[in-house]
Design a protein around this ligand. Structure first.
Ligand code: APR
Length: 242
């Protein structure tokens, strides 16, 4: 991949780099995406599994689905795209990563300056006392009761119809508004708020680079669209940031 010299200079000298990732970055790890041909929402109904109403109606069914996904994800590993972002964090002093993914693969690849804006599937939260704990798959399979108050725990993820954590969202907006370069990787743009972050970044002067196998809801804000797999493109463009 060859870039014009003006872009090379920008990538090399800009420090405020924000990466915004979605399910597509984990696709090459073998974690199913939500939309697209083999997406989870083709096989399952989101409103029956990923809403507060679904959980109130049938917590057992919802937990079964989350335990299945936890099991699936725990057998997978971060791919070269995750590792490239962990390396970018070391290269750029003002790097930050905002992910919509709940799979924890960014953390496992070494990213630390990270906001998991939709939560983490390997955490649970009590529906009554609010205590949040790391999830132990084996224990959860036996009991979904809170260790402190014995009420029902739920996956610590953001469901459809729920509000974003105000502090996290505020921080995400600030990061977007302040960034010089934004990398949008593997997200369809079907969820509005993350797309808003790209729009805010763009309107505040960021150079937006999208990496996706197909155009998405973010593409209208992209200054550069790099079509292809994140696990191939990101390691290839990483040297330009040094
Ligand atoms: N490299 C880059 N992009 C890819 C790859 C890949 N190897 N494979 C798939 N993609 C792209 C698809 O083209 C698509 O645009 O990843 C995107 C995946 O889109 P979604 O499945 O909609 O995932 P995402 O945008 O993260 O979904 C947002 O929706 O259901 C909710 O809460 C869930 O966080 C999730 C949110």
């Amino acid at each position: 991949m060859e870039f014009p010299s003006e872009l090379k200079t920008k990538l090399k000298f800009s420090n405020k780099v924000l990466a915004l990732t979605g399910a597509g970055i984990s696709a090459e790890s073998g974690v199913p995406t939500f939309r697209g041909k083999e997406g989870l929402w083709k096989q399952y109904r989101a409103e029956e599994l990923a809403t507060p109403q679904a959980f109130s109606k049938d917590p057992k069914l919802v937990w079964e689905w989350y335990l299945w996904r936890m099991e699936l994800i725990s057998e997978k590993s971060p791919n070269p795209a995750h590792f490239a972002l962990a390396e970018l964090e070391k290269i750029k002093s003002d790097f930050f990563l905002i992910t919509q993914n709940v799979d924890g693969l960014h953390k496992r690849s070494g990213s630390e300056k990270l906001i998991e804006i939709h939560g983490n599937i390997f955490r649970n939260r009590c529906t009554k006392c609010g205590r949040s704990s790391a999830s132990d798959l084996t224990k959860l399979k036996q009991s979904t009761e809170c260790g402190s108050c014995s009420s029902l725990v739920r996956p610590d993820v953001l469901w459809f119809g729920e509000s974003y954590d105000t502090n996290l969202l505020q921080r995400a907006i600030e990061l977007a508004a302040d960034s010089e370069i934004v990398l949008v990787i593997g997200s369809s743009g079907a969820v509005g708020i993350p797309v808003e972050l790209a729009r805010i970044a763009k309107e505040n002067g960021a150079f937006v680079i999208e990496i996706n196998i197909d155009p998405s809801g973010y593409s209208r804000y992209a200054d550069l669209f790099l079509q292809g797999k994140a696990g191939e493109i990101l390691p290839n463009i990483l040297p330009y940031f040094k």
